[in-house]
Design a protein around this ligand. Structure first.
Ligand code: ZN
Ligand code: ZN
Length: 136
């Protein structure tokens, strides 16, 4: 059993893959989700930006982002909505990072990979020189 402190209220609760906050916070979250759903039921409200939704529903932006990321709010019907890129905070509508950041990260990953290969080669070389030195 995985006991953990609720990140919202600090109470101890049993963590599960489906539950990352305590039951009472979860209930509160559900209520707020319903508020958002109610708000977005009106066609004209679907054009709202993040700030406008926060203002109209009182639901914090972090929670809205959570709903979007978990797929409960679908951006397909919400043209002005997005969530911040994990890296630079720019508004995006899919994935975890904006195009610039994912390109940049890709480049960095490749560099790390090359460095690791270089290191492996070096280790390999040292290993063999040592062996030769030991006369084995
Ligand atoms: Zn809680
Ligand atoms: Zn970014």
């Amino acid at each position: 059993m995985d006991l953990e402190n609720c990140p919202v209220c600090g109470r101890l609760f049993v963590r599960s893959p489906f539950r990352d906050i305590c039951p009472s916070c979860h209930e509160e979250e559900e209520r707020q989700f319903q508020t958002v759903v109610q708000f977005l039921r009106r066609r004209e409200n679907r054009l709202a930006t993040m700030e406008q939704i926060v203002e109209a529903t009182g639901v914090p932006e972090t929670l809205l982002v959570k709903f979007i990321k978990s797929g409960r709010l679908t951006l397909a019907q919400l043209p002005n909505l997005g969530y911040p890129c994990d890296r630079c905070g720019k508004l995006i509508r899919e994935g975890r990072m904006c195009a610039d950041c994912s390109k940049d990260l890709q480049r960095q990953l490749e560099m790390v990979k090359k460095e690791e290969e270089q290191k492996k080669k070096q280790v390999f070389r040292t290993y063999y020189t040592d062996k030769e030195r030991n006369g084995r």
